[in-house]
Design a protein around this ligand. Structure first.
Ligand SMILES: Nc1ncnc2c1ncn2[C@@H]1O[C@H](COP(=O)(O)OP(=O)(O)OP(=O)(O)O)[C@@H](O)[C@H]1O
Length: 237
């Protein structure tokens, strides 16, 4: 098991404007593989990811890791739905986390050449990242999150506005990262994608974890009317 794990949420609550938007949630994230966070719009998926990543202010409860918080945060990555790219070249974007961690220029350049190829941007490493298409920016954000080999990677709808080819490329990178023992937690609305990738599912509704189980069990045997409706694509209140 990767050392940053387990991620433990105990009575975690997020309140905003007087309303509980998440929780209370008790959840232990351990093991290996890829967990998909599923649920209707507004269920709290983004908020849950941010809580697990340690960047959401809690109104109650705790989040803890298998390592002291400072080191745990250093070993995690987060890919946001709208990719964040720095106003620098593609190579400088990729090198950024390595340089921050103290890597030398030559090592960073080697890693950039390798990762530029893996994310399909090897030919544009010297171009400004702002010029990339939306899909290319998302690949860059993912490459930048993976280049330092995080123990734990969070992704919030990483393929939301991408076509089939870009989605397949991202899924390939995620499978490879999983093989390299990065623990992945991804929110997605795409049930077909969850069926393709998930080892485990967290089903959220109204800010509550309704089910946390093996993906196979979730897709084969819904345990509530809400799960069944969700899997059928019905609108859930
Ligand atoms: N800062 C905030 N202040 C008030 N309400 C908020 C805030 N952030 C999120 N919310 C509300 O909390 C709820 C959960 O939001 P969240 O983005 O976590 O849901 P989600 O499941 O990721 O939704 P979607 O599938 O639409 O992306 C929503 O109703 C949202 O409007």
């Amino acid at each position: 098991m990767v050392r940053v794990l387990p991620v433990e949420l105990r009575g975690a609550v997020v309140r905003r404007r007087g309303r509980a938007i998440l929780g209370p949630v008790d959840l232990t994230l351990a093991g290996e593989g890829l967990t998909c966070v599923l649920g209707p719009n507004g269920a709290g998926k983004t908020t849950l990811l941010r809580v697990m990543h340690g960047i959401e202010r809690l109104s109650g409860g705790t989040v803890g890791y298998g390592l002291p918080e400072r080191e745990a945060l250093r070993r995690q990555g987060f890919v946001f739905q709208a990719p964040i790219v720095l106003r620098r070249t593609v190579a400088e974007n990729l090198a950024y986390p390595l340089r921050l961690a103290g890597a030398g220029r030559a090592d960073a350049a080697r890693a950039c050449a390798d990762w530029g190829g893996r994310i399909g941007l090897g030919a544009v490493l010297d171009q400004p990242a702002q010029r990339l298409s939306g899909g290319e920016k998302q690949m860059l954000a993912l490459g930048r999150a993976l280049i330092s080999g995080p123990d734990l990677l969070f992704l919030d709808e990483p393929c939301a506005s991408l076509d089939g080819r870009a989605t397949a490329a991202i899924e390939g990178l995620l499978r490879a990262a999983r093989e390299s023992r990065t623990r992945i937690i991804m929110a997605t609305h795409d049930l077909a994608q969850a069926r393709r990738l998930a080892d485990e599912v967290i089903f959220l509704r109204n800010g509550q974890v309704e089910r946390h189980c093996a993906a196979e069990a979730f897709f084969a045997a819904p345990q509530s009317a809400a799960e069944e409706a969700f899997l059928k694509g019905d609108i859930l209140q």
